[in-house]
Write a new protein. Structure first.
Lengths: 245, 754
């Protein structure tokens, strides 16, 4: 009798130990001092976490957009844009985090999401992305001082980071067309704008065509709305200016 | 022995699962797979054309016959096929655009010959493209199948393939493609309706008793030859059908043994592309059997989740000096030159020291936020040298960029030159020198990567920080620990092709000063069957073949050692390690490496005195001890190819050399192979004749898409024997050093802006 009990106890212990071990297996854990703070969690924990995040992200795509009203936007301080990535159909609001000039003509504005993704524009044209993966490292765009949006047709060069961390140069030959006045309505406000279209052909092995659209107001110097191509990995993004700060 | 039979397919599938595990992991994550290019999508693309489909041998081809197609460069495939009781698991790597290599493991049920009722074997294939497909010209390839080993599948072929577009099945869909292949086969592929032996008849018959391992070059293209051919029609981007005429008579399987019945020369199949990487097929072969195949194709340069680090803060731009000269004052750094002698200078120096400490504290905090740990900072009025450890990013270029941004955001305006020195476990690896004004001017410039590279110097770092450098606050001693699962596989036991132990692994590392550490690892097995394996039959000292004896205990001390690393000067790196170095050996190990930052060549020597550990892997040792050591040469060949030659004395006391070749990718992938030839005779070595194998490194961030330095490493030997075995000492120098040197930094330079 006592032996039986002992056996049961052992079995229970073994089971409890097994369950604990299984939990540890699934989770993994780590710690330490100093550099330990930055040490990555164990491999399998990261894989599990990434799988969950991936599933969550896929669900998020289908999420409804919150309805925007001008009244809400008027209460927000600072400049904001709304950006939609067409391919995965996800969107985000970005605030102007940096406005500066450098040796190249045009004004640089860097827009940033709360989860550390940035888009950088020069006179309203996309010249860099960060934090998306397959990012646009830099770009040579048709910029001219005092001209909002594309200043001319011609060669446009995109430097894109690929899956093997290398950078690939993509040369586009573009024609610029002015499609005339086309006022843009953005959340209850209508802005005067001209519709400019950049139609580009890619040179070399990449092949294919790119069409970028801009709705620019040259008087205020604002690109109210655009649809721009950010490279083979990210694809097209739709951008509209919600607030001007 | 008979009870094994019903389980064979399950076991082969388990082996397939084991090999494919790391490759299959991306699948659930890659939910955004886009299947081929949709019609109407005309965006520029870097993606290669869809890869060819694979045959039952895992090569591009039809069903049992090959075609002349090549996989896209660097493509890595795993293929499983089964028909008539024959399972084949093949992994193929397209090493060059015109050359691929395969490793295959196969099991044949109902063999009932030579004491095996199920026969397992391994083999290697190599394929070379002779002509690429032109407008009118077909592609032509030559292949050697199972060209080392016991040669059950030994055969050679020359094959031509030409593709034609076919109309789309319905409007709005992609056009189809018809591919015709025809070829001549020898060996196994020349056995059905042979037309003669064009290159002579002196080919010995297949001998199941041979120990194998010899490259059978004297048999290639000898003996009877026969024609084969067939077609593949890809109706659309998902479905295709295949039909072929086989030149393989399966003489041994249908004549000597009765594995299956061969009633027809023709095979038929249907294939379905399940996702971008996965393809499934169903077939009817030789008029008697149904078959199935599943393939996974991945490409190291096309990760399922693109690696993205959180966007960096923009480079802080200084006010121009003309606008605010005061903010550019150098006074913060203390009086310089003659003024230093005056009385006021004494006070100034005290203030300057306080300023430096304040900056050090700020830097330490801000670097830590970026996953970088401050090792030392040396500040003068116009220069800063920062030494740091990168604990987050697999790419060292991104770490350089983040460190430079932190310096630009923190240091007084007068500091113009940044010298960044990555440090790993006490080793200063290289020095990247940047001008702060270049960072400010180029961040948003077109072609920013190349522009910055042109004004950056990458050179040798001094072994120690300059005098007066400030160390971190409270960084040493440091420790870290982790608890997680481990998996310990054992392959190709003739009784059971795949054995696995798994359990919990507890690791602790204590660094009591830069370059000094004590590290230990304890494993607790939860379950596994490695302990049921075969005992060693080796005639050499059992330096590696006692793995079954080593797998008897559940709780083991895997490693416990102390190590010191330092820079003796020049381009030299040194390491001394002592303790329980690995599962089977303990002792002392010393290594010296010469590797200039800008050189593609590295030279090293390593000497070890080790004693074999007790099977229970506690603190005891057995009687066997050995001096083992190597002289090594490492060469970066370009295009990611890394060659290594190690010559010296191995664990069993044998003397010889190892040649390895790996193709490495900037993102951390590496695929390669090695072979070792020593003075041990093929007979003493046993099955396989000499040591050889293939190995992979798959970085975790490749499928996580987030910065992490972890990687999955595994190597596979067709047979584990005792000849040509090296000590498994932790922390060899070359791999710690190479990825911070000029070649690696320049290969991934664009990441400096990430």
């Amino acid at each position: 009798m006592a032996e039986d009990l002992g056996m049961n106890g052992n079995r229970l212990m073994t089971r409890a130990a097994g369950a604990l071990a299984l939990l540890a297996l699934l989770a993994g854990c780590n710690g330490g001092s100093g550099s330990g703070v930055n040490a990555a969690p164990p491999l399998y924990a990261q894989i599990a976490q990434a799988t969950r995040a991936s599933i969550a992200k896929n669900r998020m795509h289908r999420a409804e957009r919150p309805p925007l009203t001008r009244k809400m936007l008027d209460e927000i301080e600072g400049s904001y844009i709304e950006v939609t990535l067409e391919r995965p159909d996800i969107f985000a609001y970005l605030s102007a985090a940096l406005v500066r000039r450098d040796g190249t003509p045009g004004e640089v504005v860097q827009w940033r999401t709360e989860d550390e993704v940035t888009l950088t524009m020069r006179n309203g044209m996309l010249i860099a992305t960060r934090g998306l993966g397959g990012d646009l490292v830099s770009a040579d765009v048709a910029v001219a001082e005092g001209v909002t949006g594309p200043a001319s047709g011609g060669e446009k060069v995109m430097y894109v980071r690929t899956g093997d961390l290398e950078e690939r140069r993509l040369v586009l030959s573009c024609d610029l067309a002015d499609l005339g006045p086309a006022p843009v309505e953005i959340v209850e406000l209508t802005h005067p704008a001209r519709h400019l279209r950049e139609s580009c052909t890619a040179e070399g092995a990449a092949g294919g065509r790119v069409v970028n659209d801009y709705w620019v107001d040259s008087r205020s110097g604002i690109v109210w709305q655009s649809r721009q191509w950010a490279g083979p990995h990210i694809g097209y993004m739709r951008i509209r200016r919600l607030t001007t700060g | 022995m008979t009870e094994r039979d019903p389980a064979i397919s399950a076991r082969t599938a388990l082996a397939a699962l084991g090999l494919a595990l790391a490759l299959a992991l991306p699948l659930p994550l890659a939910a955004e797979d886009i299947l081929l290019s949709a019609p109407g999508s005309q965006e520029p693309s870097f993606d290669p054309a869809p890869p060819p489909s694979l045959n039952f041998y895992g090569s591009p081809g039809l069903i049992d016959m090959p075609s002349a197609e090549m996989l896209p460069d660097a493509q890595f495939t795993t293929a499983f096929s089964s028909f008539g009781g024959q399972g084949r698991l093949t992994t193929t790597f397209q090493a060059l655009p015109w050359l691929s290599a395969s490793f295959r493991y196969n099991g044949i049920r109902d063999w009932n010959y030579g004491g095996f009722d199920t026969y397992y074997d391994r083999g290697f294939d190599v394929r070379v493209r002779l002509l690429s497909e032109g407008r009118y010209r077909p592609a032509v390839a030559v292949g050697l199948q199972d060209f080392v080993g016991t040669g059950i599948y030994a055969g050679e072929y020359i094959v031509a393939t030409k593709g034609f577009d076919t109309p789309a099945l319905s409007p709005g869909r992609l056009p189809g493609r018809l591919k015709l292949s025809a070829g001549v086969g020898w060996g196994r592929l020349g056995t059905n309706n042979s037309f003669g032996a064009p290159f002579g008849n002196d080919r010995p018959a297949y001998d199941p008793e041979s120990t194998g391992g010899k490259v059978a070059y004297d048999q290639w293209f000898r003996g009877p030859a026969a024609f084969f051919g067939g077609l593949e029609w890809q109706a659309d981007e998902r479905w295709s059908v295949k039909a072929e005429y086989s030149s393989d008579a399966y003489n041994f399987e249908t004549g000597v043994t009765s594995v299956f019945e061969r009633k027809s020369d023709f095979n038929f199949g249907v294939e379905w592309q399940a996702s971008e990487s996965t393809r499934l097929g169903a077939y009817y072969l030789y008029g008697s059997r149904f078959g199935l195949a599943a393939n996974i194709q991945v490409n190291p340069s096309r990760p399922p989740n693109r690696i993205a680090a959180p966007a960096p803060q923009p480079v802080a731009v200084r006010v121009p000096k003309v606008d605010n000269p005061l903010s550019w004052s150098e006074d913060w750094a203390g009086p310089a030159g003659a003024a230093a002698a005056s009385q006021a200078a004494g006070q100034g120096a005290g203030q300057a020291a306080a300023n430096r400490q304040l900056l050090r504290d700020l830097l330490q905090t801000r670097l830590s936020e970026q996953g970088l740990e401050l090792e030392s900072i040396s500040l003068s009025a116009d220069r800063a040298e920062l030494r740091y450890r990168n604990t987050r990013y697999s790419s060292n270029a991104i770490a350089v960029g983040r460190a430079a941004r932190v310096l630009a955001a923190t240091l007084p305006n007068s500091v113009e030159t940044f010298r960044l020195v990555p440090v790993r476990r006490g080793l200063a690896l290289s020095a990247v020198t940047l001008r702060r004004s270049d960072l400010e001017a180029l961040e948003f410039a077109p072609d920013a990567s190349r522009a910055l590279y042109a004004v950056t110097a990458i050179g040798e770092a001094a072994p120690l920080p300059p005098a007066g450098a400030l160390g971190p606050v409270g960084s040493y001693p440091s420790y870290r620990w982790s608890l997680g699962p481990y998996f310990d596989p054992s392959y190709f036991d003739p009784d059971r092709p795949f054995r696995l132990d798994f359990g919990l692994s507890l690791s602790m590392t204590y660094e009591f000063a830069p370059g000094w550490l004590v590290s230990g690892n304890i494993r607790q097995r939860i379950a596994g069957n490695v302990k049921d394996g075969r005992p060693s039959n080796s005639v050499l000292p059992h330096v590696r073949t006692d793995q079954t004896a080593y797998a008897q205990e559940d709780t083991v001390l895997n490693r416990l050692y102390m190590a010191r690393q330092w820079r003796p000067g020049g381009a030299l790196y040194a390491r001394v390690t002592g303790g329980y170095l690995e599962k089977m050996f303990g002792g002392v190990s010393a290594e010296l490496l010469w590797k200039p930052v800008n050189s593609r060549l590295g030279l090293g020597v390593e000497a070890n005195y080790v004693r074999q550990r007790d099977f229970d892997q506690r603190f005891g040792f057995q009687d066997y001890s050995v001096f083992t050591g190597h002289a090594s040469a490492y060469l970066e060949l370009g295009n990611g190819y890394l060659a290594e030659i190690d010559a010296g004395r191995y664990l069993a006391g044998d003397v010889g050399a190892t040649v390895s070749l790996d193709r490495t990718f900037s993102n951390g992938w590496s695929v390669g192979g090695w072979f070792t030839v020593t003075d041990v005779s093929a007979e003493d070595f046993g099955e396989g004749s000499f040591d050889k194998g293939i190995r992979f490194t798959i970085p975790v961030n490749w499928f996580l898409g987030k910065p992490t330095q972890q990687a999955i490493n595994f190597g596979i030997r067709p047979t584990q024997r005792d000849g040509g075995q090296r000590l498994n000492v932790p922390g060899r120098l070359y791999e710690q050093v190479r990825d911070s040197h000029a070649k690696a930094l320049s290969d991934q330079w664009p990441r400096i802006w990430e």
